[in-house]
Design a binder for this molecule. Structure first.
Ligand SMILES: [Zn+2]
Length: 168
């Protein structure tokens, strides 16, 4: 963690505390949840939680509220829902670059279904890997520390997207 990250984390926590009274007026009983989302939205202005399914959205925001207030860990969303056209562009670009399908086709992508979340920073991903099960959030690939999915049961972790299990 860099000094800048540490300063930003401290500022974000201070901001969240300052926002608590306003959050309480907006959502009595859920002030900590709401203030946390507001403050993280300021820290990670490019994040966009729209398009996640209601269950995935609730799981993600509740998990990061706990990470934030209990453990002081910030978790931002780098990429959540993607529309099929965006995913298809990524799929084609990667295939042309690498010759191997490492990005899932839109028909298979949990990002297109609104149940996948790429998170940051690395420490936040580590927190989610250790604590996500309570919220049905699971890391699903060995090669993507940032990628989590909302699943009703713990999935088998695969080496990379699109990997086929060797035997079953
Ligand atoms: Zn992902």
């Amino acid at each position: 963690m860099t000094t800048r990250d540490r300063l930003m984390a401290t500022a974000t926590k201070t901001l969240a505390r300052c926002l608590l009274p306003l959050a309480h007026l907006n959502a009595p009983g859920h002030a900590r949840h709401v203030a946390c989302q507001w403050a993280l939205g300021v820290r990670y202005p490019a994040e966009d939680l729209r398009g996640l399914t209601p269950a995935a959205h609730a799981a993600f925001t509740t998990a990061r509220t706990e990470a934030f207030w209990r453990d002081g860990q910030l978790i931002g969303l780098t990429s959540g829902h993607r529309d099929a056209a965006v995913q298809h562009r990524m799929y084609v670009a990667d295939l042309q670059r690498s010759g191997l399908p490492r990005v899932l086709h839109p028909a298979e992508s949990p990002h297109v279904r609104g149940v996948a979340m790429d998170v940051r920073p690395r420490e936040g991903a580590r927190w989610l890997e250790e604590n996500g099960e309570r919220y049905n959030l699971y890391r699903t690939y060995d090669n993507e520390w940032w990628h989590f999915e909302y699943r009703l049961r713990r999935p088998e972790r695969l080496p990379y997207p699109g990997a086929v299990r060797a035997y079953k």
